[in-house]
Design a protein around this ligand. Structure first.
Ligand code: PMP
Length: 410
């Protein structure tokens, strides 16, 4: 008889032996004093500081966002009550979709329960419903994009990461008349590096391809009104479908796409991940709407985010702590070994009450294991300094190598 449990346990054991098993760190965020959180461990509790949250602007504890969510619960309760097509379509969804369409200067917006679902749904429909569709996908694209393209069954060509010439070459190799979709991210989550968006858009348009950009790591945080990197670089009109999430800079949850009415209507009509699932709870839509509106008129959180990131990167540069890249608000410290990476993170947590999650394979390539640090406006400048001191100290204790000149490892 096949032993299901021991078979699966053996697969997990392989992960453990490779140092890639993920251990949950149990925390309780404290509204109003985040990045402080309560760490629950072995029946004990203590206060820690979180350095790896995707709530990049601290909007998850913005008083207006919290008040909007509470007010919506008081008015509408906690349930969406169904899918968007069957009783779950709340007035708040419509307001939120109008707001994001306006923010990005596109005809229409469409929200999803997660950003993962948005990518999977949108790319899946394009691949299945455009006859003979061919995808051109950056090799470092997020899993949700890769899975959406794969599941559509459409032909896919992978271009070298941020390699505009390679994309041009691949586009030229495919029949001019076939529908083509070029898919990439604006800032990549693991390295924190930027896409050459102007050049990628220009090459895509030269070949009459549709441009699909995942701005999960840039909306709220870059560009005028938080409209993202394409808007900052002046190429938003070249982007046919822009994907964003409310789960990072906006500090709430849910995902979205914006684009032409006809394209989004097709995605809404054909995507299983939109049709066969619950609508976002109305209270969450209210919270996301308040966050988007706040960040459209207020630059302060964005200013502080980039100031804190610059401060931390400067400290690491001075100390010769190697970073994978230093082009954005994401600060990826390169350790290069899963065991050392875990030791570094464990020591920071146990001895310094500072929590930063190690990032291992398959999220990043083997040998490039790292700590991905997310400073934010809710980390005070003196806390950033104390954190940099602690990393410096533990780096020495573990005997990890330093870089002497440029600390950016390309
Ligand atoms: N795209 C990218 C580039 C991401 O990093 C993520 C989240 N890690 C997603 C999409 C999915 O977003 P969400 O968390 O809203 O599902």
């Amino acid at each position: 008889m096949f032993d299901y449990q021991s078979h699966l346990a053996a697969r997990v054991q392989e992960l453990k032996e490779a140092g890639n098993y993920r251990v949950f760190v149990e925390i309780e965020r404290l509204a109003g004093s985040f990045p402080q959180a309560v760490h629950h461990h072995d029946g004990n509790q203590r206060l820690i500081t979180v350095w790896c949250s995707n709530d990049h602007l601290g909007m998850g504890q913005n008083p207006d966002v919290m008040a909007a969510m509470k007010a919506s619960i008081d008015r509408s309760g906690v349930a969406a009550g169904g899918s968007r097509n069957i009783s779950g379509n709340n007035h708040n969804h419509i307001l939120l979709e109008k707001e994001i369409a306006e923010l990005h200067r596109k005809e229409r917006g469409l929200t999803f329960i997660t950003g993962y679902a948005a990518n999977e749904a949108a790319l899946g429909v394009l691949g299945r419903r455009l006859p003979g569709c061919v995808f051109f996908s950056d090799e470092f694209n997020h899993a949700s994009m890769i899975i959406g393209m794969q599941q559509s069954g459409a032909e896919k060509h992978v271009f070298g990461h941020n390699d505009v010439d390679h994309l041009d070459f691949l586009l030229r190799s495919v029949d001019r008349d076939r529908p083509k979709v070029v898919a990439f991210e604006s800032i990549y989550s693991m390295d924190g590096d930027r896409a050459p968006m102007v050049e990628l858009c220009s090459v895509a348009k030269k070949h009459n391809a549709l441009v699909y950009v995942d701005e999960a790591h840039t909306v709220a945080m870059y560009g005028p009104e938080g409209a993202g990197l394409a808007a900052q670089l002046g190429v938003a009109d070249q982007v046919d479908i822009l994907m964003g999430t409310f789960a990072k800079g906006y500090g709430t949850a849910g995902g979205y796409i914006v684009g032409a009415d006809a394209v989004l209507d097709a995605i809404r009509s054909f995507a299983p991940a939109f049709i066969f699932t619950l609508a976002m709870p109305p209270s969450l839509a209210a919270a996301a709407l308040t966050s988007v509106r706040h960040l459209r008129h207020c630059n302060e959180e964005r200013r502080q985010l980039h100031a804190r990131a610059a401060q931390l990167k400067a400290r690491f540069h001075q100390a010769g702590i190697p970073m994978v890249c230093d082009q954005s608000h994401i600060v990826p410290v390169l350790v290069g070994d899963p065991h050392h990476c875990k030791q570094l993170a464990d020591t920071l947590l146990i001895e310094h009450a500072m929590y930063v999650q190690p990032i291992n394979f398959p999220s990043v390539a083997r040998g490039t294991e790292r700590l991905r640090i997310n400073p934010s406006p809710v980390h005070r400048p003196d806390e950033v300094d104390r954190f940099a001191d602690a990393v410096d100290l533990v780096w020495t204790q573990l005997g990890l190598p330093r870089t002497r000149h440029s600390t950016v490892v390309e």
